[in-house]
Ligand binder design. Structure first.
Ligand SMILES: Cc1cc2nc3c(=O)[nH]c(=O)nc-3n(C[C@H](O)[C@H](O)[C@H](O)COP(=O)(O)O)c2cc1C
Length: 177
C-alpha cells in the first residue's frame, strides 16, 4: 500500500469485533505517534491507552457530550486518550506572539499518525472530539497541566474500511498563486 492508498483506506470505524488488539500492535501505533513532528520538538502529547472495560465505559458515558450515540466506542479494543502538556513556557509565550496554537497542531499530527498506523495494521479507528475534557482528565488521572483534547478508538473492524470519501474538490479548498 503506498501512502495515498493508506490515506484513502483510513475511514472512521464505529463497528468493532470483540478481538483484542495485541500489545505489540499498540506499541507500533504509539511509536508512530511518538515520531510525529512538533513545534520546537516539544512533543507535548501525552497518551493513555485504556483497555479496561469499566474505564472505557466511563470515558464514553461520563466523558462524552450529549446528542451522539457513542456506545459503539465502548466495544473498541482500546481507547487512546490524547492530551497536551500545557506547562511549557514556550507554548505560553509563542502563541501570544504568533496567535498560532502549536500544541493543538502537534496533537493533531500525532493523532493522525495513530489512525494511519492503525489502518496500515488492518485495524479500524475513530477520532472522538465531542468530549468533556475535565471529566476525561479525572477519569484517567491526568495531572492538572495535561488537557485531554480527543479520544481515538482502535480495534478490529466489523465493517469495511473502504468507504466513499465525501470531500470538497481541491479547487474549492486551495488557491494557487
Ligand atoms: C478532531 C475530530 C473529532 C471527531 N469527533 C468525532 C466524534 O466525537 N464522534 C464521531 O463519531 N466521529 C468523530 N470524528 C470523525 C469524523 O466524523 C470523520 O472523520 C469525518 O466525518 C470524515 O469521515 P472519515 O473519517 O470516515 O473519512 C472526529 C474526527 C476528527 C478529526
Amino acid at each position: 500500500m503506498n501512502f495515498l492508498e493508506l490515506v484513502k483506506k483510513r475511514s472512521s470505524c464505529r463497528n468493532y469485533t470483540s478481538k483484542e488488539v495485541s500489545e505489540e500492535k499498540i506499541k507500533i501505533i504509539l511509536e508512530a505517534a511518538r515520531l510525529a513532528p512538533s513545534a520546537c520538538n516539544k512533543q507535548p502529547w501525552r497518551f493513555v491507552v485504556v483497555k479496561n472495560d469499566e474505564i472505557k465505559k466511563r470515558l464514553i458515558k461520563e466523558g462524552c457530550l450529549f446528542g451522539m450515540d457513542m456506545d459503539w466506542a465502548t466495544r473498541a479494543s482500546v481507547i487512546i486518550v490524547l492530551g497536551i502538556e500545557k506547562s511549557f513556557i514556550t507554548h505560553k509565550i509563542a502563541p501570544k506572539i504568533s496567535k498560532v496554537d502549536y500544541p493543538l497542531i502537534d496533537l493533531g499530527i500525532a493523532g493522525e499518525h495513530i489512525v494511519l498506523q492503525a489502518t496500515e495494521l488492518g485495524l479500524g479507528s475513530c477520532w472522538i472530539g465531542w468530549i468533556k475534557p475535565d471529566v476525561i482528565g479525572k477519569i484517567v488521572s491526568f495531572k492538572k497541566q495535561i488537557k485531554p483534547l480527543a479520544l481515538i478508538t482502535v480495534g478490529y473492524p466489523a465493517e469495511s474500511l473502504e468507504k466513499e470519501k465525501k470531500r470538497f474538490p481541491i479547487e474549492n479548498i486551495t488557491k494557487f498563486l
